[in-house]
Ligand binder design. Structure first.
Ligand SMILES: [Zn+2]
Length: 350
């Protein structure tokens, strides 16, 4: 049967006035990437392009950004927006043949989104529609609960109720949209990147483009000759120097251990981060071990200094870094680990 085969959902960490609100370093690309990651981003290599149908703010996505993120070709369909957009997209995906991803993003911070797509506030979802015996039914407008606030909330609620096997969905489906961290983690970032002159932390465009699989998805090169792992991937084995026998080796995205941290305040940041400091205040940088012997320096998002102490665990999320020469640069940042957040209440009740 054709239905929902996999589903991932994401809600920003903070809430204000009972609604979730994106941080200053989140936009439609980071929202969709996070939802896809939770659903299980398809591995490239099948040859066929990944077919993606964008809904809401996801309609602003650029295909080349998404292709860089999934590491293979992407065929971006016609965006659906406005009243009934999610149900229209679901109906089209139901009639299509073969695997198709439906990605939904809403970003209300600048007042430009249609609020009917919002799962009270901002957020994103990624649904893989395909033919499979265990597929969950695709919601239709007539199957919706009368008085339901909006179709995305409806999908969130249906999946949270367990109308699909739990193995099919991951992320914030069951989270209360109103119960995020108090207050915003900074005002919403601008839509368009400023034209900033390159200085400091800047990496030239071509070198950046080559490195996105390592920067955005923590992909290392594994050498099939000497078995060494090179990270960031450079297309060349860091141990034996060969470039012809490399394969992608994805490192874990979550559960890294913080080895050291520092907080960078007003004036101490590279100029690329001036806008961020102005919007959100001082930011943290941690040195974290993501896999045995693999250490990374990551900026911190959605957390105070006290929430990411040395020895704690952090997850990583794709976020905006800064605007340079008219485009946004993205990279992974550290956020407090979801696993350790779940463990905390249990420990407190002992
Ligand atoms: Zn080698």
């Amino acid at each position: 049967m054709r239905g929902i085969v996999r589903a991932g959902a994401y809600l920003p960490a903070s809430s204000q006035g009972g609604r979730r609100l994106c941080a200053a370093d989140e936009d439609e690309f980071t929202l969709v990437a996070t939802a896809l990651e939770r659903a299980g981003t398809p591995r490239p290599g099948s040859g066929a392009p990944m077919r993606v149908r964008p809904v809401g703010d996801a309609g602003r996505l650029r295909a080349e950004l998404l292709a860089g993120f999934v590491g293979g070709p992407v065929e971006l369909g016609e965006p659906e927006d406005g009243r009934g957009a999610l149900y229209r997209a679901l109906a089209l995906a139901a009639r299509a043949a073969g695997p198709e991803w439906l990605v939904v993003a809403t970003r209300l911070g600048d007042g430009s989104s249609d609020s009917e797509l919002a799962p009270p506030g901002e957020g994103s979802a990624a649904l893989l529609i395909d033919d499979a015996p265990e597929a969950a039914p695709i919601p239709t407008e007539s199957s919706g609960t009368p008085g339901a606030p909006d179709p995305l909330s409806e999908v969130f609620a249906a999946l949270a109720r367990g109308s699909t096997p739990p193995s099919l969905h991951a992320g914030d489906w069951g989270a209360d949209p109103a119960r995020g961290r108090a207050g915003p983690t900074g005002r919403p970032g601008p839509r368009e990147p400023a034209y900033t002159v390159a200085q400091g932390a800047f990496v030239p465009g071509p070198r950046y483009a080559e490195s996105v699989r390592s920067r955005w998805r923590f992909i290392a090169d594994r050498c099939r000759v000497c078995d060494a792992q090179t990270f960031p991937a450079r297309g060349r084995c860091g141990s034996c120097g060969r470039s012809d026998r490399l394969e992608d080796a994805p490192l874990p995205l979550d559960n890294a251990t913080v080895l050291a941290s520092t907080w960078i305040g007003q004036g101490g940041q590279p100029t690329e981060f001036d806008a961020q400091v102005e919007a959100s205040g001082p930011y943290g940088v941690v040195l974290a071990e993501i896999a045995p012997g693999v250490r990374l320096t990551l900026m911190v998002a959605d957390a105070t200094k006290e929430e990411v102490p040395v020895g704690s665990r952090v997850d990583s999320r794709l976020r905006r870094l800064y605007a340079i020469e008219g485009s946004w640069r993205y990279g992974r940042k550290a956020v407090p680990s979801a696993a350790s957040a779940r463990a905390r209440p249990a420990a407190a009740s002992l």
